[in-house]
Structures are given as structure tokens and as C-alpha cells.
Design a protein around this ligand. Structure first.
Ligand code: IPM
Ligand code: MG
Length: 357
């Protein structure tokens, strides 16, 4: 298969983890006889430094003709003081919006080899964690208008608008129901319908959409309860469907309870190409450039890309198997290191996965 991919390394550890991901892609292409066409472009702080904006037009143009986008991470203290309109994060929000990537899939999986790294009690972890957060990504309070700051009676006020249309709710709900069908057929929709009008519409439309998926079990939780249930008994969840802001918060929580933030991939997709794949973790400026980063989340994002953008399940499984293999042999980067294991750097971890393929 011919695959057109745009690689956006971004900032911090983004560059070094992306080198490892590209090695893995190249090896898969070799092994399975695919042909990769890869371009590189700037996003985030790296783009601000060179072009003055976090998401240059060239980047959008280069990504436009592609099947998939692979992104490292954006941001760092260097750009924290900038005007909020040109901060690195704007690059990320901009690319989501530019390609209408409304459904963000964030799996949180406990790797049995890394059980000891979980922050939860062993009796909770023993029940397993294997859930998928489906987060709405291009609407809600992140993009709602009006937004801004103004002076009223001589005092400063700032405001955002949490808003959803029924179409926006329905299309992301469908993604969750479809995903559940390929898993354990359960969707838990998370909202704040006891307080917010926008959540009442959310719940109404999710219930309506669910009628077309009678084989999927639907439940609802208020977001505060959901946050609590995630640490009390994460094994109860299969697919969690939620809005942009709640999904931002709950997906970090879901990731950290697995104990392996450095291991988790994500996919952001719309109705057409390109979809975007990125690790869940950030740019980790404190360890950037020191060969300490864990490249596995990005490598597993490549696996998600093969599965979702190219329907190449065998290739995806080969990558997931290779990662498992390397962990089973006891190799760990610093973030997932425990006693008795062999600590390796980012580059060596990448090489080990390539060898395991
Ligand atoms: C995420 C991040 C982003 C978000 C930031 C960096 C804009 O936290 O992808 O979860 O809030 O969506
Ligand atoms: Mg976040």
C-alpha cells in the first residue's frame, strides 16, 4: 500500500520520540511491502520560532493531501510568556479544527508487565484497566463563542461558552457506539446534566442515538461521580463518551491510573482524511534532548494509525506485539523503571522495538 504521512515532531521530547516512531514505520513498510511517503512540517513552539505562528499555512497545506498525521508534542516554558493567540497549544487546537477531527480516542490500558507502576491499590488494579475515552474534540467550551475578557463597571470579567449542537453530539456518540461494538459493547456517557443545559441536550441526543445501537449497553454518569469511579473501580468502564473539557480532564486521570503515561497513544479523527495520531503525554521539556524519553506511546500511536487510517490490523498487531515483547524482556525507560529491570534510553528503546519486529 502507498501511504502518505505528515510527521509533525513539535517541541521538547517530540523530536526524539518521533525519530523512533519513524524507524518503526520504516521497518513495518519493509516487512509488509508498503511504500511510505513521509513529509515533515512545523507545529507549536518550533513553528513560532521559525515562522512566528504555531500553525503555519504551509503545515496545513502539507497535511491536507495526506492519509494521516503523526504528531509528537507541543509546548514548553520558552513560549509560556507569549500572547495567548500565538501559544504553541493554539497549533494543536488549530490543526484539530482545520481537519474537523471531532472524535478523540484515548485508550487507557494497563500493561500487565507495568502493574506495579499503577498508583492504585493492587486489589483494584488486579481487576484490570482497559477502557477507551471518546472525547469530543472540536466544539464545546474550547471553541464556543462568545469568549473573551471585558470591563464591566470598571471590573474585569472573562468568559467562555460551553455549547453543543445536536449534530455535534450525535456524530461523536456514533463513534463511541461503533467503538464499543468492537470492544465490550458498553458506553458510559459522562455529563453534568444535573446543572448544565448543554449537558441536558448532550444526554438527550446520546439516548436518541443509542436507539440505533440496541446491542450496546448505555449508562450515564455525572462528571464528578465519573472522576471518582475511575479511581474507585476503573474495571467497570469500557467506552467513556464525553465532551471536550470533561474528556480532557478524565483522559488524564484514566491515563495516570494505569501508571504509564509514557505508554499511551491516541487518535483524533473526522469523517475524512487525514486523521491525527499522537502520544497522550506532553513535550516534557525537563528531559528533552537527553535520550530519556519513552518513545512507546508514539510507537503505539503508529500502530493505531495502521489500524484506523489504513485498516492494516496485522501491521498494528505486529507493533503492539513487539512493544509487549520488549517489556517482557525487562527493558524500561526511566518513567516506567522498577527494580530488577534494565533501564534504556529513548534511542535504544526504539531499536529494541525494531529488532522485536
Ligand atoms: C490534550 C491537551 C490539550 C487540550 C492542550 C495542550 C491544548 O491537554 O490534548 O489533552 O487541552 O486538549
Ligand atoms: Mg489534556
Amino acid at each position: 500500500m502507498h501511504m502518505k504521512i505528515c510527521v509533525l515532531p513539535g517541541d521538547g521530547i517530540g523530536k526524539e520520540i518521533m525519530i523512533q516512531a519513524e524507524k518503526v514505520m520504516a521497518r513495518i513498510a519493509d516487512l509488509f511491502g508498503h511504500d511510505l511517503e513521509i513529509d515533515h512540517a512545523l507545529i507549536g513552539g518550533a513553528a513560532i520560532d521559525e515562522k512566528g505562528v504555531p500553525l503555519p499555512d504551509e503545515t496545513i497545506e502539507l497535511c491536507s493531501g495526506k492519509d494521516a498525521i503523526l504528531l509528537g508534542a507541543v509546548g514548553g516554558p520558552k513560549w509560556d510568556e507569549l500572547d495567548k493567540a500565538i501559544r504553541p497549544e493554539k497549533g494543536l487546537l488549530g490543526i484539530r479544527k482545520a481537519f474537523d477531527l471531532f472524535a478523540n480516542l484515548r485508550p487507557a490500558l494497563l500493561f500487565p508487565e507495568l502493574k506495579d507502576a499503577s498508583l492504585l491499590r493492587p486489589d483494584i488494579v488486579d481487576k484490570g484497566i482497559d477502557l477507551l475515552v471518546v472525547r469530543e474534540l472540536t466544539s464545546g467550551i474550547y471553541f464556543g463563542e462568545p469568549r473573551g475578557e471585558e470591563i464591566r463597571n470598571g471590573r474585569k470579567f472573562a468568559f467562555n461558552t460551553m455549547i453543543y449542537s445536536e449534530d455535534e453530539i450525535e456524530r461523536v456518540a456514533r463513534v463511541a457506539f461503533e467503538a464499543a461494538r468492537k470492544r465490550r459493547s458498553k458506553v458510559c456517557s459522562v455529563d453534568k446534566a444535573n446543572v448544565l443545559d448543554v449537558s441536558q441536550l448532550w444526554r438527550e441526543i446520546v439516548i436518541e442515538t443509542a436507539r440505533e445501537y440496541p446491542d450496546v449497553e448505555l449508562s450515564h454518569l455525572y462528571v464528578d461521580n465519573a472522576a471518582m469511579q475511575l479511581v474507585r473501580d476503573p474495571s467497570q468502564f469500557d467506552v467513556i463518551l464525553t465532551s471536550n473539557l470533561f474528556g480532557d480532564i478524565l483522559s488524564d486521570e484514566a491515563a495516570v491510573i494505569t501508571g504509564s503515561l509514557g505508554m499511551l497513544p491516541s487518535a483524533s479523527m473526522g469523517l475524512k482524511n487525514p486523521a491525527l495520531y499522537e502520544p497522550i503525554h506532553g513535550s516534557a521539556p525537563d528531559i528533552a534532548g537527553q535520550d530519556l524519553a519513552n518513545p512507546l506511546a508514539t510507537i503505539l500511536s503508529v500502530a493505531m494509525m495502521f489500524k484506523h487510517s489504513f485498516a492494516l490490523d496485522k501491521e498494528a498487531m505486529a507493533i503492539e506485539g513487539a512493544v509487549k515483547d520488549v517489556l517482557e524482556k525487562g527493558f524500561r525507560t526511566g518513567d516506567i523503571m522498577s527494580s530488577g529491570m534494565k533501564q534504556v534510553g529513548c534511542d535504544e528503546m526504539g531499536n529494541l522495538v525494531v529488532q522485536a519486529l
